[in-house]
Design a binder for this molecule. Sequence first.
Ligand SMILES: Nc1ncnc2c1ncn2[C@@H]1O[C@H](COP(=O)(O)OP(=O)(O)OP(=O)(O)O)[C@@H](O)[C@H]1O
Length: 258
Amino acid sequence: MICLQTMIEVRNLSQTFQTPKGPLQVLVDVNLDIPKGDFLAVIGRSGAGKSTFLRTLNGLLIPTVGSVRVNGTDITKLPKRELQKYRRTVGFIFQQFNLVGRLSALENVLHGRLGYLPTWRGLLGLYREQDYRIAREQLARVDLLAKENARVDSLSGGQQQRVAIARAMAQEPSLILADEPAANLDPVLSEEVMRTLKRFNEEEGVTVVINIHALELALKYAKRIVAFKRGRVVFDGRPEALSEAAVDDLYERKEMLA
Ligand SMILES: Nc1ncnc2c1ncn2[C@@H]1O[C@H](COP(=O)(O)OP(=O)(O)OP(=O)(O)O)[C@@H](O)[C@H]1O
């Protein structure tokens, strides 16, 4: 029997935002176990709560109710400094890449090493030899070592997202969270980004949790699909178990056509 070690335990998670129109409950009693090495795609309609869920896993948002245990520690209860430490171990990949355009690819990837340096060294850009080595290794792994000195804003969208993935990997993370990493890319580049994430998941055992609108990419690359509908988990299983009817219901297709 394969015994997968649980990395993340989400329990009774609810998130309510106060808005001018009153309280808005965005996550409703979410319970999930994410084993180490999982590649989980979060799907659902716009506004279903996907980004809110990801931001909670990163400790960017404290839930209104519930807990998020990562390797046994409830990150929702951590003091600020400890939370910052935790967040350094999580690679976050954004839809807009969040790179510094005027800096080179290598300098951007080196930013992934900042969490390992004393603040003064980071401010002065005094990276150590091992930081350069790790940054170059990661650039090579996304096939961009030849572009290490190129300004990031001179690279294509797909190349920029690969730099962002290399930066996340330079953090030597145990968890990568990716919020719509392929949304701004054409279909070919989207596949390239998904393949890169899958490779890191398979070769390094990095746990990947990704929010994604493109259902076909989620089904093709993820090991597991979690579907949110109005803040609730309505499907949790292997991609091949997601039926056409469940997809219709998730995206409320029938209601939209009625
Ligand atoms: N800080 C906040 N304050 C108030 N409302 C918020 C806040 N953050 C998110 N929301 C609202 O919560 C709901 C869910 O947002 P969320 O970004 O999690 O959805 P999503 O499923 O990721 O959508 P999309 O696919 O469009 O990114 C939306 O109605 C959004 O406007």
